[in-house]
Design a protein around this ligand. Structure first.
Ligand code: ASP
Length: 311
C-alpha cells in the first residue's frame, strides 16, 4: 500500500529569497509528515506537516499570518479524514500556536465539527495546546502598507467587498501563503489546511479554509487542500467538487484543472488519492508544492513556475 504526502505553501506570487526559504521549509514539512506515515499515523502526518509550515514565518498560517485590516490576527484551520470519517475546523483563533492541532482536537475530542473564537481557544487551553507569539514584524509592515494604500484609494477603495475582484486582479500578491497537506497510508486519506486569511479582510471575515468541502476535503480515497481567494473557492466548493469528480472516474490531473477553472479568482489546489497519485493546479504565478512518496523516496518540489508533475 502506497504511503505519500503532498504539501503546499499557498497560491500567489512568490519570488527570490523568500521562495527559496519557503521551499526548504516545505521539503522539511513533507519529510516530517512522511515520518509520521511510516509510524502508521496518517492524521498525525498531516498535522505535523502543517505544524512545520505554521511555525515558519514564511507562510500565511500560524506565525506569519496576515492581519485583518484592524490589526487583529484571526486564523482558520481544518482537517478532514475519509476513513474513519473525521472533520474538525476552527475559525478566528488568535492565540493558539498551531490551529491545525486545535482542528484535530475538534475532530477527535468533541462531538462537533466546527468551533470558533473564544470557545475554540478555551478548548485549546483544556487540551494544553501551546500559545504563540504569532504576529511578525513583516505582517505589521504589510498591514501598514495595505492601510496606506487603502487610504490613498490605491486599492480601489472603501467598498472593499464589492471591489474585491478588481483589488485582486491588480494586487494578487495580497493573497499568498496559506498552507495545506494531504497524506495517505494507502487506506485513509487526510487533508488539512491552515491560514491567516486574506490580507485585505474585514475583522470577522471567514474564508474557505475552515469550511469542509470548500478549502479542505477528503472522501472515498481522495483528499484535497485549496488556496487562493476564499470567496471564490467557497462559490464552487472546490475540494468537494474535485473529490466528487474523481470519485465519478475523472482523471485527477483533469479534475484539479477543471475545479480551478471554475473560479475567476486567483486559486490553487493540491490533491492526492489513496493509490498515491498526486496532482495540483494553480492559476497564479506560483504555488510551491512538495511531494514525498514511498515509491520515490525523495522530495520533489513543483509549482514554482507552474511545473506540472506529469512533465
Ligand atoms: N484561502 C485563504 C482564505 O481565503 C487564503 C489563501 O489561500 O491565501 O482565507
Amino acid at each position: 500500500m502506497m504511503k505519500a504526502i503532498v504539501v503546499h505553501g499557498g497560491a500567489g506570487r512568490w519570488s527570490g529569497e523568500k521562495l527559496k526559504k519557503a521551499t526548504a521549509v516545505l521539503r522539511e514539512a513533507a519529510l516530517v509528515g512522511f515520518e509520521r506515515l511510516e509510524r502508521g499515523d496518517v492524521i498525525g502526518a498531516v498535522e505535523e506537516a502543517v505544524k512545520v509550515l505554521e511555525d515558519s514565518p514564511y507562510f500565511n498560517a500560524g506565525k506569519g499570518s496576515v492581519l485583518s485590516i484592524d490589526g487583529t490576527l484571526e486564523m482558520d484551520a481544518c482537517i478532514v479524514a475519509d476513513i474513519p470519517r473525521k472533520i474538525g475546523a476552527v475559525i478566528g483563533v488568535r492565540r493558539v500556536r498551531n490551529p491545525i492541532s486545535l482542528a484535530r482536537v475538534v475532530a477527535e475530542k468533541t462531538s462537533h465539527h466546527i468551533m470558533y473564537g473564544e470557545g475554540a481557544e478555551r478548548l485549546a487551553g483544556i487540551f494544553g495546546l501551546p500559545e504563540g507569539d504569532l504576529i511578525t514584524e513583516e505582517a505589521v509592515r504589510k498591514l501598514k502598507r495595505t492601510r496606506e494604500k487603502l487610504l490613498r484609494g490605491a486599492l480601489e477603495g472603501v467598498e472593499l467587498l464589492k471591489k474585491t475582484a478588481e483589488l485582486i486582479r491588480k494586487h494578487p500578491e495580497v493573497f499568498v501563503g496559506t498552507v495545506g497537506a494531504v497524506a495517505t497510508d494507502g487506506r485513509s486519506v487526510v487533508a488539512g489546511t491552515s491560514t491567516g486569511g486574506t490580507s485585505v479582510k474585514l475583522p470577522g471575515r471567514v474564508g474557505d479554509t475552515p469550511i469542509p468541502g470548500a478549502g479542505t476535503w477528503a472522501e472515498n480515497g481522495c483528499g484535497a487542500s485549496a488556496t487562493g481567494v476564499g470567496e471564490g473557492i467557497i462559490e464552487v466548493l472546490m475540494t468537494k467538487t474535485l473529490c466528487d469528480m474523481v470519485n465519478r472516474g475523472e482523471d485527477l490531473h483533469v479534475a484539479v484543472e477543471r475545479v480551478v477553472g471554475m473560479t475567476h479568482y486567483p486559486a490553487g489546489v493540491i490533491a492526492l488519492t489513496r493509490e498515491g497519485r498526486m496532482a495540483f493546479y494553480h492559476n497564479t504565478d506560483a504555488m510551491p508544492v512538495a511531494f514525498y512518496s514511498e515509491e520515490k523516496k525523495e522530495v520533489d518540489v513543483y509549482g514554482v513556475q507552474g511545473k506540472d508533475p506529469r512533465a
